[in-house]
Design a protein around this ligand. Structure first.
Ligand code: NDP
Ligand code: 2IT
Length: 444
């Protein structure tokens, strides 16, 4: 059996109850097969892939907190410190009831290659909890965040591990987490990113993932001789990534006509009203059903099905495995030109394969959504030099990083004879730097 197949089989046995982690590993290892097989015996002797797929450290802990009724609640907290070959662990925290170890491991594994693609010195990690922020008061959120940080602070630091936001973690949560870290450690350091502007945050971090997604989409289309202006787009999600993807798409002359949340989706033929969406989601923290009340031409549909809307571009920005084969078939039928992933692993493996085989330009999340973590690394730089850069400065750096990623993944795919396969290109380009650093640092 080839070394890659051997390791995939081993990962499946060892992590049998974690399908998302297995999925992420399979995708990466299949892509880098061509690199590994060019020097198979050396990689096998170094147990290189076994080390690459085993987190350096997994931290799991109890998070007790008291709800508004005075009852004690208990959640489980996680931090997976996956790989520190190229820098301190870096990656978000997710608060969602679906969180379990397999989700955090898949996200941490993806983060290793994504962070490498940014070209900045950041290793990969991820954390979170099965805590459900929906319906909780601000005080409950604060008590949860304080309890979570009371344990997590032991394992993180500005040069050690720097968490940030992800699903369910935005400016409010980062504020509570930062306050508690500072209180316990007495350190005013850049231990979290996504901070508020009054206490060390970076301009453009809020917008960065969505904006970055569109910068990459624009450049990738350009590489393929297509202009983004005038294109229609279907966006899923209605959170941080989706909102700023919609905003930047409009600025680039495209027309996003959908968004969604966990209960349903909106089709607005006049184009999504981004100010209204921000008001509903960022200010009121309300459901999308409120959108149609203010926009008579818009339709609200329960459940899933954004892929039924005929658009040129499809930008999934909600969660993992939200785009199944059935949706991919519909996209191809509708003549979709490109799918660029704002979320982490939103497309199932069979759907990805179907899209690629049918000529749809496909940009994987670890390249397409890297603008968020890249700007987090820029926030770390500003914290280190105790300066803040202007919005224009950060945005220009973000754009340049996304343009570089686009060309790097294109070139890596070409180098190995897989022109246009940006999944392979992203995995190979991300892997090369990490592999080089791991080899140089010996067996650790
Ligand atoms: P938010 O919490 O701001 O928004 C998440 C959105 O996705 C909400 O509209 C939410 O709906 C929807 N959603 C979440 N879970 C599900 C689910 N299980 N089924 C259906 N819809 C769901 O998160 P972000 O926008 O920050 O994150 C979105 C995606 O982007 C995630 O995959 C995240 O890992 C990825 N990402 C985020 C980055 C960042 O900087 N924030 C950077 C790179 C990637 P509802 O409110 O109803 O739950
Ligand atoms: O998935 C991701 O890249 C993020 N949630 C952002 C991580 C970060 O450290 O900014």
């Amino acid at each position: 059996m080839s070394y890659v197949d051997e390791v995939i089989a081993g990962v499946k046995v060892k992590n049998a109850a974690e399908p998302e982690f297995i999925q992420a590993v399979e995708e990466v290892l299949e892509s880098i097969r061509v690199v590994i097989e060019s020097d198979e015996e050396k990689y096998r002797k170094l147990a290189f892939l076994e080390r690459l797929t085993e987190p350096e450290r997994i931290i799991m802990f109890r998070v007790p907190w008291i709800d508004d009724q005075g009852n004690v609640q208990v959640n489980r907290g996680y931090r997976v410190q996956f790989n520190s070959a190229i820098g301190p662990y870096k990656g978000g925290l997710r608060l969602h009831p679906s969180v379990y170890l397999g989700i955090i491991k898949f996200l941490g594994f993806e983060q290793v290659f994504k962070n490498s693609l940014t070209g900045l010195p950041i290793g990969g990690g991820k954390g979170g909890s099965d805590f459900d922020p929906k319906g909780k008061s601000d005080n409950e959120i604060m008590r949860f965040c304080q309890s979570f940080m009371t344990e997590l602070y032991k394992y993180i630091g500005a040069d050690e591990d720097v968490p940030a936001g992800d699903i369910g973690v935005g400016a409010r949560e980062i504020g509570f987490l930062y306050g508690q870290y500072k209180r316990i450690t007495n350190l005013y350091e850049g231990v979290l990113t996504g901070k508020g502007l009054s206490y060390g945050g970076s301009l453009a971090r809020t917008q960065a993932t969505g904006y970055g997604l569109l910068y990459l989409t624009q450049e990738l289309l350009k590489l393929n001789g297509i202009d983004i202006a005038g294109k229609t787009a279907a966006v899923t999600g209605a959170g941080n990534v989706a909102i700023y993807a919609i905003e930047k798409a409009q600025q680039l002359g495209a027309k996003p006509v959908t968004c969604s949340d966990s209960t349903g989706w909106i089709y607005d033929p006049d184009g999504i009203d981004v100010a209204l969406l921000k008001e509903i989601k960022e200010v009121k923290r309300a459901r999308l059903t409120e959108y149609t009340a203010a926009r008579p031409n818009a339709e609200y549909h329960e459940g899933k099905g954004v892929w039924n809307v005929k658009t040129d571009l499809y930008l999934p920005c909600a969660t993992q495995n939200e785009l199944p084969l059935e949706g991919a078939k519909k996209l191809v039928e509708n003549g979709c030109i490109a799918v660029c992933e704002g979320a982490n692993m939103p497309t199932t493996l069979d759907a990805t394969k179907y899209l690629q085989e049918n000529g749809v330009i496909f940009a994987p999340g670890k390249a397409a959504n890297a603008g968020g973590v890249a700007t987090s690394a820029l926030e770390m730089s500003q914290n280190s030099e105790r300066l803040s850069w202007t919005f224009e400065e950060v945005d220009a750096k973000l754009k340049q990083i996304m343009v570089n990623i686009t060309h790097n993944i294109d070139n890596a795919a070409r180098k190995y004879g897989m022109e246009g396969n940006y999944v392979a290109g992203a995995n190979i380009a991300g892997f090369e730097k990490v592999a080089d650093a791991m080899k140089a640092q010996g067996v650790v």
